[in-house]
Write a protein that binds this ligand. Structure first.
Ligand code: FMN
Length: 376
């Protein structure tokens, strides 16, 4: 296939690429949705719904799963953007270019995107590798192996972010920027961990070791006790969100070598479309890293407070609003975090519309053919 970046695709939506070539079949939809639902989401809330309509998969935000700490829905839309990337990648496994229509979020329905099968194009090696990495990709809160990142990986992840319309700013661990970031993040995490609403929300979404829940953050994915500030800084790890809250539930140890790299995911603007972009970029670069057995700790607690978010942008001189702090490291072990089955995230199918009937919102932007482009 000719690899086309999403940026290119946004500039030149070729009419032949942006047409549905054949409908997605019912027997394909389950796998496509299951792959989309492997996406990371804040507190593993999985705030998405899908529906197969007229051969396309529509994606909705499930605002019942929106966090109180996320009143604007930014983290919800980053999560949904990540699921959209998974859906695009899954469509590539069928040998088609995904045609993505980003839909303006409607006040009540929260319909976000519609994905159809576009032109045929065999899946590339890079896409296949990302797809194969999805089952073992996970948010890594335990110790890293301490090995350096594979040569060129960080630059390739920056390329991933750019290809999705975002940016990955790498922070030198020896710089004063890193120290400042560590201090700001620690102070914000300490405040967040004391906030009764934030604590209630963590209690709602963390899961005990014997829980059979298919959402939320399981005890084996977080440490007992927050990272102490001083030790956290020495280890080169930012202070993590405290899922344990003094209960001794977490099964991970919070010790180990420093992270191999620290980065901030940013976009140019701060609109809902930017949040969706950030989510697609996030999932893409995490899948790419996981293919090399590199995983990331993710941090949004310091960005949930507008003042702290602005401070981080200002102090690090970032060219856009930050959406996620990431620390990367190699790790050999993995245990995937559970997801709800497709039956729980699917809406019943709508009755097919009459031939020629338009089923989308009136002023939807033109369809966007979006291959997952190769990395250099
Ligand atoms: C928008 C967003 C915000 C997140 N914020 C945090 C965070 O502050 N701290 C954390 O440890 N993990 C964070 N995560 C990771 C989620 O908790 C994780 O994706 C979820 O539990 C599913 O687990 P998995 O990534 O291992 O599949 C965030 C993920 C997303 C998409």
């Amino acid at each position: 296939m000719t690899s086309k970046t999403v940026g290119d695709a946004l500039r030149v939506p070729s009419p032949s690429d942006s047409r549905q070539t054949r409908p997605i079949r019912e027997d394909e939809a389950g796998d496509l949705i299951a792959t989309a639902a492997r996406a990371p989401s804040v507190h593993n809330t999985q705030p998405w719904r899908f529906r197969l309509t007229d051969g396309s998969i529509e994606m909705f935000a499930d605002t019942r799963r929106q966090l109180r700490m996320d009143p604007d829905g930014r983290e919800l839309l980053i999560s949904c953007g990540a699921a959209l990337f998974g859906l695009r990648l899954a469509v590539r496994s069928l040998g088609y270019l995904p045609v993505v229509e980003l839909l303006p979020a409607l006040p009540r329905r929260r319909q976000l995107a519609r994905v159809s099968l576009g032109a045929t194009a065999p899946i590339t090696e890079g896409e296949r590798r990302m797809l194969n990495a999805l089952p073992h990709r996970h948010t890594h809160r335990g110790p890293f192996a301490g090995a350096p990142l594979p040569d060129g990986l960080l630059a390739a992840l920056q390329h991933d972010a750019r290809a999705e319309g975002a940016m990955l700013a790498v922070i030198d661990p020896a710089s004063s920027d890193y120290l400042q970031l560590g201090e700001i993040a620690s102070a914000a995490a300490r405040r967040g961990d004391l906030d009764p609403w934030a604590r209630a929300e963590v209690r709602r979404w963390r899961r005990a070791a014997d829980s059979r829940a298919r959402d939320g953050v399981p005890a084996r994915a977080f440490a007992a006790g927050a990272f102490p500030d001083q030790a956290g800084r020495r280890r080169g790890r930012l202070r993590q969100r405290d899922f344990d809250l003094g209960r001794g539930m977490g099964l991970l140890t919070a010790d180990g070598p420093p992270a191999a790299a620290t980065a901030v995911l940013i976009t140019r603007g701060d609109s809902q479309a930017d949040w969706m972009r950030a989510g697609q970029a996030l999932h893409r670069l995490l899948a790419h890293a996981a293919d090399r057995w590199v995983f990331a700790s993710l941090y949004t607690q310091p960005l949930e407070d507008a003042t702290t978010r602005a401070l981080i942008r200002d102090r690090l001189r970032l060219p856009g609003p930050p959406h996620m702090l990431l620390q990367f490291g190699a790790a050999q072990t993995t245990q995937a975090t559970a997801r709800r089955p497709p039956s729980e995230v699917r809406e019943p199918a709508r009755r097919p519309s009459a031939p020629g009937a338009h089923h989308g919102p009136r002023r939807a932007p033109p369809p966007v053919p979006s291959a997952v482009p190769e990395n250099p």
